[in-house]
Ligand binder design. Structure first.
Ligand code: CP
Length: 323
């Protein structure tokens, strides 16, 4: 069952970019760009009188605050659910939490959880008028991060991704950002996508779907147009998947010297939060090829486009049937 798209072809929930029709993905990016073009002071107010709840069971800075800002700019009230002070500490389930907040008249839920499939499970039991947005579930998906990364690439390189060589570096195995980016790049027809990281941090072969991978970053980065760095999740050291942060930096850290092997106008993305001096050096993170703060800025219009599309009566770009 496709939980995301209703029987009228409208996007009802946003759980994953996997399998999303290209038209629906492009409509979201177009809408986000239109919001930017209208100016930061433009506040459409399309969700006036509605309420959005940020239901986060894992920490976040960028995603939670940019959803908050996006909902405010659309005129919605924002309820900020704090798991640590909520009745989930008394054993209340996520489902009962959803039903309780729905009963207060909330229609939009932005959900982050360490469990894979958590947002989809809530979507399966949500009321008919409710929309669930996945703000990151385990290692599975982070669709709005994927969207804002694609918008950032579009702004830097244009809408046609067919000539782009993209390199994704780091802990792809445990990264929901990487999964959403790889789905989006495939849907948008990126010319060439490669993965680079240590063997222990690469996805199982069944998940690679033909994406070439490499272990030598100095070779893999040659001539690429886009370098997408991933955060090294430090718990991987405790699991013995990474020897030491120093070794990781030596083999997979993006230094200015390494970046010079990419195309001269290559751009660098990182979803944040960064481990400076581990997967990326200050000189690169703060350098002229870095789009990292532009990614953050794009988070607000992208999330406005998503909220508007799911929650406003007029804002749902319908993908063409079968597209
Ligand atoms: N990129 C990202 O999801 O960051 P936060 O964990 O700060 O939301």
């Amino acid at each position: 069952m496709n939980l995301q798209i209703d029987s009228h072809g409208r996007l009802r929930h946003l759980l994953t970019l996997e399998g999303l029709p290209r038209a629906a993905l492009e409509a979201l990016l177009d809408r986000a760009q239109a919001i930017i073009d209208q100016g930061a002071d433009h506040a459409p107010g399309l969700l006036a009188g509605q309420a959005v709840c940020t239901l986060f069971f894992e920490p976040s800075t960028r995603t939670r605050l940019s959803f908050h800002r996006a909902a405010q700019r659309l005129g919605a009230d924002v309820l900020n659910f704090d798991a640590s002070s909520s009745s989930t500490t008394k054993g209340e389930s996520a489902h009962d939490t959803l039903r309780t907040i729905e009963a207060m008249g909330v229609r939009g839920f932005v959900v982050r959880d360490r469990a894979e499939g958590a947002a989809a499970e809530l979507a399966a039991v949500a009321g008919e008028a409710t929309s669930i947005i996945n703000a990151g579930d385990g290692r599975s998906a982070h669709p709005t991060q994927g969207l804002l990364d694609m918008l950032t690439l579009r702004q830097a390189r244009g809408r046609d991704f067919s000539g782009l060589k993209v390199l994704v570096v780091g802990d792809v195995r445990h990264s929901r950002v990487a999964r959403s980016d790889l789905h989006a790049l495939r849907i948008l027809g990126a010319g060439e996508v490669r993965i680079c990281g240590p063997e222990a941090l690469l996805p199982p072969p069944a998940e690679m779907e033909g994406i070439p991978f490499a272990h030598d970053l100095d070779e893999a980065i040659q001539g690429v147009d886009v370098v997408m760095m991933l955060r090294l999740q430090r718990e991987r050291m405790a699991e013995g998947l990474v020897e030491s942060l120093e070794d990781y930096h030596r083999d997979y850290g993006l230094t200015a010297r390494r970046l010079r092997r990419a195309a001269p106008d290559a751009v660098v993305l990182h979803p944040g939060p960064m481990n400076r001096g581990v997967e990326i050096d200050d000189e690169v993170a703060d350098g002229p090829q870095s789009l990292i703060l532009r990614q953050v800025a794009n988070g607000v219009p992208v999330r406005m486009a998503v909220l508007e599309t799911l929650l406003s009566a007029t804002g749902s770009p319908s993908p063409a049937p079968g597209s």
